[in-house]
Design a protein around this ligand. Structure first.
Ligand SMILES: Cc1cc2nc3c(=O)[nH]c(=O)nc-3n(C[C@H](O)[C@H](O)[C@H](O)COP(=O)(O)O)c2cc1C
Length: 447
């Protein structure tokens, strides 16, 4: 196999992953309020030489499905409880030495100074291991938690996100690499000629700067992106170094891969410097039959309404108004357009009703499930790399943390034996693990 595979672990700092059944699964551990739980997952992934541990995040208890939070709370759906993942990754720095630590932060509700400062801090303390999943957020409930009457419209959120990253890059660039002197003898702490105001004046932000954190080991976080619309893909093409994708169908994953890499080229960037990570949910067994039993046990626990609550949260559209026996309607949604397109596509191509799609969403937000022995799972993952559907995988655990260990103690050694995945880290930063060149601090030009 020619291209090295990249691996990341997916978590939400709460009771569920993509699987809404995960908190009810007999093999899962519901210690999501304990630091030990996250440290355990991080150590498991680091032992297996994963590139990074990734935390998704939403900023409100879901409310879009039937304008109600009691059902999401009772059912324990995605977003019903979520610790602040920036705090969680900061607390994992000392439990790990090499694993990348990536966090989701929204450009719609924070300011460039907030995020530039907190992620530069984590990059310093972790010695260059931070990544930022740049999202534009999804729904009205989040807007209402941040003092806004209405969520900004889809493309306006991306306009703000463009300027947000431009300003954040300026802030990270506001300290020259050699600005910090710390010369006790002469009494010079920092060279003020090497620390610059940015005087950013734009449509969304006016920021004087400089940042009050010096240049960090990676210079800035690795930029991760998870947008699925055409606008989202262009945003990724301009900024992203890793892309998180959800798509249940092989042919559309392949089309997405080609499309995004072409867009990256159009932005004058090297497509090898943008790694595409589709999410998958593995079920591994000593035999294929055992793996299928594990899959069936898990999938049986997923209830369609939980899935539809999350589909409503992701798309910001109320699916309680339709019959469960109808196909997914053709509509334009204000939230995640590509996630909705994937759900509708399933309805059209696989003849699924809204109930079927809800069940699949509850099982894993439509993530493909990769099932079999270690060797069969390794075959499938390698095949995706060879056929240019993926550069790496976001591994989502059906029953955390055990499902991570199942994968790292069986599939990872198999991949290592075949030479498809690293046996050890070759560098120390998250950028090193991803095989990325030194970070640019000048924003790539708009098109
Ligand atoms: C695979 C995937 C993962 C995402 N993860 C998050 C997340 O953790 N938090 C969040 O607020 N938005 C998340 N989003 C939402 C996107 O950042 C974006 O705001 C939304 O999808 C709307 O843009 P789009 O229509 O381009 O997808 C995710 C979207 C996708 C497709």
């Amino acid at each position: 196999m020619s291209k090295p595979m990249h691996l990341a672990g997916f978590l939400i700092a709460g009771p569920v992953t993509h699987s809404h059944a995960s908190w009810r699964h007999p093999a899962s551990d519901m210690k999501f309020l304990d630091l030990d739980y996250y440290e355990g997952v991080a150590r498991t992934l680091e032992r297996a030489k994963f590139d990074f541990l990734f935390f998704a995040d939403v900023l409100a208890i879901p409310r879009r499905y039937a304008d109600d939070i009691s059902d999401p709370l009772r059912r324990g759906t995605q977003g019903a409880l979520g610790l602040d993942p920036t705090m969680v990754i900061a607390s994992l720095i000392s439990a790990t030495k090499q694993l990348g630590l990536a966090v989701t932060k929204s450009t719609t509700y924070y300011t460039p100074y907030d995020i530039a400062r907190s992620l530069a801090t984590i990059d310093h303390l972790s010695k260059g291991r931070v990544g930022w999943n740049v999202v534009t957020s999804l729904n009205q409930a989040e807007a209402h938690n941040f003092g806004q009457r209405e969520m900004l419209e889809h493309d306006l959120r991306y306009d703000r996100a463009e300027e947000f990253l431009e300003a954040a890059f300026e802030l990270w660039n506001s300290w020259d690499a050699d600005a910090l002197v710390i010369d006790r003898a002469s009494g010079v702490f920092a060279d003020p000629t090497k620390v610059h105001e940015i005087n950013h004046e734009g449509r969304h932000f006016n920021i004087r700067g400089p940042l009050n954190v010096s240049r960090s080991p990676q210079q800035r976080p690795v930029i991760i992106q998870a947008g699925s619309s055409s606008r989202g893909k262009d945003y990724a093409a301009r900024w992203a170094e890793a892309i998180f994708e959800i798509d249940p169908l092989s042919e559309s994953r392949r089309a997405y891969y080609r499309d995004v890499k072409d867009r990256v080229t159009n932005f004058g960037r090297n497509p090898d410097h943008v790694k595409i990570f589709p999410a998958v949910m593995p079920f591994v067994g000593a035999t294929e039959a055992e793996a299928r039993e594990k899959q069936a046990l898990h999938n049986e626990l997923a209830d369609p309404i939980s899935g539809l609550i999350t589909l409503a949260m992701h798309t910001d559209h109320d699916f309680s108004q339709y019959s469960l026996d109808d196909p997914v309607a053709e509509i334009k949604v204000p939230g995640a357009q590509g996630l909705f397109a994937a759900a509708r596509n399933l309805s059209l191509k696989e003849d699924m009703t809204l109930r079927d799609v809800g069940k699949l969403y509850a099982q894993g937000v439509t993530l493909p499930q990769v099932v079999g022995t270690a060797s069969q799972v390794a075959d499938q993952l390698e095949h995706w790399i060879e056929t240019e559907e993926a550069d790496g995988f976001m591994i989502s655990a059906a029953y955390p943390p055990q499902a991570f260990s199942d994968f790292t103690t069986t599939v990872v050694p198999e991949l290592q034996l075949r030479g498809s995945f690293r046996k050890d880290y070759e560098g120390s930063t998250m950028r090193d693990h991803l095989g990325l060149p030194a970070a640019n601090l000048v924003p790539p030009p708009r098109r």
